[in-house]
Design a binder for this molecule. Structure first.
Ligand code: AHR
Length: 502
């Protein structure tokens, strides 16, 4: 039997709701069809935004959305996406399939979408091919309420009041698609560009995100921070509020053969999960470097691209990154979100890539049809952690499982939090393909009276299709007993379980 200990009295930090964020890029069918269908579409919509998708995202309690990229961000010129749609300039989406982007979804549409969902906004600016002036004017356009050329232009385009930009990324992957820069070159550009990301609304300062490393690239982290902190006043914290980290889970290390989303064996299951666990080590590594510059942890690590990346679904456009999502992805989501929770002292936001129809999406669409992926259900089950306090937890009796020595994973993994009403949320993953586990959950003081629970479990290969959209879905879980203040139950193989306890 595995014993899960929860010390709900020992609070370890606050879980920012933004740890449960998503990312939406002008890529494949994420924005167009996935989110935006236009006012004249037969698909039910409000001001062009799909009603079914908006409702599902509200239910999932999506806290923040990043846009417009990704690699697309450093090629995006925001002025092409404002004003009457028929006059908007078209462009080639060079990164993603070479398709024509008609810019019908731009700044106004993004804020409309976030207003409908009720989520915060994370805009990613263009450093790679944009100017300081362009970035500065975008911020003025979005956030200045007085009389100015950009605020007037916004009004002319139909929006009187300034919007609120919660997060602003100064470039994306500038070590790669965002300009192939060296860390010191980017660090200097960051210092310059961010200067003109003005806080017009002093009550709601913009959280500025500096481009951080790819996966294990500590050289980038070290040198960007060194450049940004050099001769900078201490109170400026290297001119940043956050430093990004991108990490994707690929079953194979070969980008031309990453592995299939649906057709995988037991070894690939464990290998994928082991690679997803690497996130823990990476956060630790980069955070240790950040500690040197920022021992008080004022700067957040912003994991604004994470998730699985497989070969595209056979027969689909390779530039559109469309993949299916099975129980394996549910477990990747479950273990990653537990890792983010446990690092909430440093990780202030995380955005899974991507929201709809791209990579580890929470929603897939096919014309008017929509389905929730297994990953969606995990986000939905974990939503109670948002804005709660992480509490001490650990598991006794964890075994390392998996066939290959190099890719072993713990068979169980957990995190726990307590919300403002004193309700403890526990999220547990059983990563084993075939072994159910007897589990006992014990608390420091809590004597569970009010308990509710949910489960997501199925065959390892199970996934939702447009013919059978609810094959994998969250269910109410009642198969537990309470004895001497402990919760005792059998956790099925390949499952995610969530308890709410008071
Ligand atoms: O999410 C797909 C791409 O992955 C993003 O555009 C880029 O930032 C990353 O390389």
């Amino acid at each position: 039997m595995a014993k899960v200990y929860i010390n709900e009295k020992n609070k370890k930090g606050h879980i920012n709701p933004e740890l449960y964020g998503n990312f939406s890029e002008h890529l494949g069918r994420c924005i167009y069809e996935g989110l935006y269908v236009g006012e004249n579409s037969e698909i039910p919509n409000t001001n062009g935004m799909r009603n079914d998708v908006v409702a599902a995202l509200k239910e999932m309690k999506l806290p923040v959305l990043r846009w417009p990229g990704g690699c697309f961000a450093d090629e995006y010129h925001w002025k092409d996406g404002i004003g009457p749609k028929e006059n908007r300039k078209k462009m080639i989406n060079t990164h993603w399939g070479g398709v024509t982007e008609d810019n019908s979804f731009g700044t106004h549409e993004f804020f409309e979408l976030c207003e409908q969902i009720g989520c915060k906004t994370y805009i990613n600016g263009n450093v790679g091919s944009g100017t300081v002036q362009e970035m500065s004017e975008w911020v003025e356009y979005m956030t200045f309420d007085g009389v100015s050329p950009m605020a007037d232009l916004r009004r002319k385009n139909g929006r009187e009041k300034a919007w609120k930009v919660d997060y602003f990324g100064v470039g994306n992957e500038n070590w790669g698609c965002g300009g192939n820069m060296t860390p010191s070159y980017y660090g200097n550009l960051y210092r310059r560009y961010q200067t003109y990301v003005r806080n017009y609304d002093q009550k709601h300062p913009i959280f500025k995100v500096c481009c951080g490393p790819n996966a294990g690239d500590t050289y980038w982290t070290e040198n960007v921070l060194k450049t940004c902190f050099e001769n900078a006043p201490e109170w400026m914290h290297g001119f940043m509020d956050g430093l990004s980290l991108h990490y994707y889970t690929l079953p194979e290390d070969d980008w031309s053969h990453k592995g299939s989303a649906l057709d995988f064996d037991d070894a690939a299951w464990y290998k994928t999960l082991a690679k997803a666990f690497k996130l823990d080590e990476l956060i630790h590594k980069h955070s240790t470097i950040m500690d040197k510059y920022d021992p008080e942890k004022k700067i957040g690590l912003i994991c604004d691209e994470w998730g699985t990346w497989y070969d595209v679904e056979p027969g689909t456009n390779p530039g559109f990154l469309y993949q299916q999502s099975t129980m394996r992805d549910a477990l990747v989501a479950g273990l990653s979100l537990n890792i983010f929770n446990k690092h909430c002292d440093r990780v202030k936001m995380a955005n899974i890539a991507q929201l709809i129809n791209v990579l580890q999406a929470v929603i897939l669409t096919e014309g008017p049809k929509m389905l929730r992926t297994p990953t969606y259900h995990v986000f939905h089950m974990y939503k109670y952690h948002q804005d709660a306090d992480l509490v001490e937890s650990y598991i006794d009796g964890v075994e390392q499982i998996g066939e290959d020595e190099k890719f072993k994973v713990p068979h169980l993994q957990e995190s726990a939090s307590v919300d403002k009403d004193g309700v403890v949320t526990i999220t547990l993953n059983n990563l084993s393909i075939d072994k159910a586990e007897e589990v006992e959950i014990a608390f420091a003081e809590c004597n569970p009276k009010y308990v509710s629970a949910a489960i997501l479990t199925n065959d390892m290969h199970a996934y939702n299709t447009f013919e059978d959209p609810d094959k994998v879905h969250e269910e109410v879980f009642t198969d537990y007993k309470i004895e001497n203040g402990k919760i005792i139950f059998t956790m099925p193989a390949c499952s995610v379980v969530m308890f709410r306890v008071k």
